[in-house]
Design a protein around this ligand. Structure first.
Ligand code: SF4
Length: 261
């Protein structure tokens, strides 16, 4: 990690820390020394026209092609085993490990990125490099973690060579695994991390610049696009909008918790 990247992560965490100290969620009655810090709320965003957005899930099932009955017989272990044995696209030939995803079995949030990178390919775990460490810290800033209330996966389960974008035919070949995961996990929100995941899941060519921070409500499970953590590492100007997006997500999750849905 470069000095610049370390400074960037530290600055991001300072923002998160200030926000929590301001009393948003975890204000401690014992912490008299922490002066409230004013953090302005995320700017309201106009809803996107639904005509642009065709969700992958029809209204009577959680995901296209899989009924709730079928999902009820599935398991994360079975999906991971099927992924490990998969040779449905050329990515199987260059992978070291498959990366099915990890997290809790009944998550509040399912984070979906585009595909494994070098570190993920070596370890078989999603988001474990620098971008993954930043993702964990971003999630933690709004009380989310893969160990407690989230699941992290990717559109494709094997690493595209040289970290290129997965090809449409690779995404199509791998889609049944992701649809099984979504049907089984039934997350309250799907966080689409980055352009490829967003455009794949929402079926749009609209840019992540336009879509980030908007809830897309076309399915039973709302999609929430955000910039990919690796984009934040390369472009510090994305830090502030990403922090605003996290606050927007947290407010939605708080409402869901209040409604107990
Ligand atoms: Fe199979 Fe998906 Fe890996 Fe392609 S990327 S080989 S479809 S598991």
């Amino acid at each position: 990690m470069t000095i610049e990247q370390k400074a960037h992560i530290a600055e991001f965490l300072d923002l998160a820390s200030a926000y929590l100290r301001s009393g948003y969620k975890r204000q401690s009655t014992d912490d008299k020394s922490a002066a409230p810090v004013a953090v302005e709320p995320a700017a309201p965003q106009a809803p996107l026209p639904e005509s642009q957005l065709e969700a992958i899930a029809p209204p009577d099932t959680h995901i296209a092609g899989i009924s709730n009955d079928e999902a009820g017989m599935d398991t994360l272990e079975a999906i991971a085993a099927d992924i490990a044995a998969c040779a449905a696209c050329p990515l199987h030939a260059t992978r070291t490990n498959t990366v099915p995803g990890e997290g809790v079995s009944s998550p509040l949030v399912l984070v979906i990125g585009e595909g494994p990178g070098e570190n993920e390919d070596k370890s078989g775990r999603p988001f474990v490099g620098e971008a993954g460490q930043l993702l964990d810290k971003m999630l933690a800033s709004i009380n989310l973690s893969r160990g407690e209330n989230s699941f992290i996966a990717n559109v494709v389960k094997c690493r595209p060579p040289h970290n290129r974008d997965p090809l449409p035919e690779e995404i199509a070949a791998c889609a049944p695994f992701l649809t099984r995961q979504i049907a089984l996990l039934k997350p309250r929100v799907i966080l689409c991390a980055g352009r490829v995941a967003t455009q794949t899941l929402v079926k749009t060519t609209n840019s992540i610049k336009n879509l980030h921070g908007h809830f897309i409500e076309c399915a039973q499970i709302p999609f929430f696009p955000m910039y990919h953590p690796s984009a934040l590492l390369h472009d510090p100007s994305l830090k502030r909008p990403s922090w605003d997006d996290l606050k927007t997500l947290r407010v939605r999750l708080e409402k869901l918790a209040a409604l107990k849905v």
